[in-house]
Design a protein around this ligand. Structure first.
Ligand code: NAP
Length: 290
C-alpha cells in the first residue's frame, strides 16, 4: 500500500485531483458508502484498476449479515469494479455482534469480492475484540484520527497496532485544514522545520505521521495543487531533531475514553455544525474547543 492515499470525504474535486495523485504515486484511495464519493472514485480508477489500492467502508447501520452482502454489492456497482482491496467497518456498532459482522465480511473475502478486512474508529479494546472474532482473515488496518495536533492513539492503540501488524490509516492528517494545525503551533515550529527541509508545512505535518512505523496517511485535497503538494510528503523523512521539536512544541490533544465515546454517540451532522461554530472563534478559544 502506498504511504500516501487520497481521502474523499466532502470531496467535490472531480476526477482530475484523484488522477493527479495517481500520477504522483498515491495509488491508494479511500472512500465510504456514506461519503457519496464512490461514483467519482470509480470513474477516476477506470482503466488502471489493478494498480490502485481501493479502500471503502460499510456504514454501521448495515452491519447485520443480511445487509452486508447488499451494501458490498452496491458499493462495487458504484465503484464500477468487482473487488475492493480494503473493506472497513466505518465505526463500531455495539448493537450488532462483531462476530456476525466479521463473519459476513469473511464470506466476502472468500467470494473474492474483498481482499483485506479493515476497521475504523476502533479503540484498543474494540480492536482486540474484532481480532478474536475474525479468526480466518486478520484485521489488516484500523483507520483512525491522527495528526500533529491529535495524538489520541498514542495512548496505547498505536503501539498495540504496531506490535500486532495492524496498519494505522491516519485520517484527518491535516486536522481538516491547515489553519487548525497552525492554531496549535504558537511558536511556528512547523514553518521552521519546513524551511529547514525545503518542504511545505502540509508536507511536514503529513511526514510527521509517516515517520511512525506502520502509519499511512489519507489527506483530502479538492484541488490538483493540494493533491500534488500532499504527494510531496512521501519518499523522504524528517530528521529526529525535527520530530522532537514538533513533539515538544505543538499543543496537541489526546482525547479521553469519555470524549471518544461522546464522539461516537454524537451524530455527524451535529459535529459538523459544532465545527463550523468553532472555526469562527478567536484563535486561542478555537484551540481550546478543537
Ligand atoms: P484532512 O485531510 O486532514 O484535511 C482536509 C482539508 O485540508 C481540506 O479543507 C483541504 O482543502 C485542506 N488541504 C488539503 N491539502 C492541503 C494543503 N496541501 N495545504 C493546505 N490545505 C490543504 O481532513 P479529512 O478530509 O477529514 O481527512 C482525510 C480523509 O480521511 C477523508 O477525506 C476521509 O477519506 C477520511 N476520514 C475518515 C473518517 C472515518 O471516520 N473513518 C473520518 C474523517 C475522515 P481542499 O478541500 O480545499 O483541498
Amino acid at each position: 500500500m502506498p504511504e500516501i492515499g487520497l481521502g474523499t470525504w466532502d470531496y467535490h474535486g472531480g476526477v482530475k485531483p484523484l488522477r493527479a495523485g495517481f500520477e504522483r504515486g498515491a495509488l491508494f484511495v479511500d472512500t465510504a458508502e456514506s461519503y457519496g464519493s464512490e461514483p467519482v472514485v470509480g470513474e477516476a480508477i477506470r482503466g488502471r484498476r489493478n494498480e490502485i489500492f481501493l479502500a471503502t467502508k460499510v456504514s454501521p447501520e448495515h452491519f447485520h449479515r443480511r445487509d452486508i452482502q447488499k451494501a458490498a454489492d452496491e458499493g462495487l456497482r458504484r465503484l464500477r469494479t468487482d473487488y475492493i482491496d480494503l473493506y472497513q467497518l466505518h465505526q463500531p456498532n455495539s448493537g450488532v455482534p462483531i462476530a456476525e459482522t466479521l463473519g459476513a465480511i469473511e464470506d466476502l473475502v472468500e467470494a473474492g469480492k474483498v481482499r483485506f478486512i479493515g476497521v475504523s474508529n476502533f479503540s484498543l479494546a474494540q480492536i482486540k475484540q474484532a481480532q478474536q472474532a475474525s479468526r480466518k482473515h486478520p484485521i489488516a488496518a484500523n483507520q483512525v484520527r491522527y495528526s500533529v495536533v491529535d495524538r489520541t492513539i498514542e495512548g496505547g492503540l498505536l503501539q498495540y497496532c504496531q506490535a500486532n501488524h495492524v496498519s494505522i490509516i491516519a485520517y484527518s492528517p491535516l486536522s481538516r485544514g491547515l489553519s487548525r494545525t497552525l492554531d496549535c503551533d504558537p511558536e511556528g515550529v512547523l514553518a521552521e522545520v519546513a524551511r529547514a527541509k525545503g518542504k511545505t508545512i502540509a508536507q511536514v505535518a503529513l511526514n510527521w505521521c509517516l515517520c511512525k512505523e506502520g502509519v499511512f496517511v489519507i489527506p483530502k485535497g479538492n484541488s490538483v495543487a493540494h493533491v500534488i503538494e500532499n504527494c510531496g510528503a512521501s519518499g523522504w523523512r524528517l530528521d529526529p531533531v525535527h520530530i522532537r521539536m514538533i513533539d515538544e512544541k505543538i499543543k496537541f490533544n489526546r482525547r479521553s475514553g469519555v470524549q471518544m465515546l461522546l464522539r461516537q454517540l454524537v451524530p455527524h451532522s451535529m459535529s459538523g455544525i459544532a465545527l463550523r461554530v468553532i472555526q469562527r472563534l478567536p484563535r486561542r478559544l478555537r484551540r481550546r474547543f478543537s
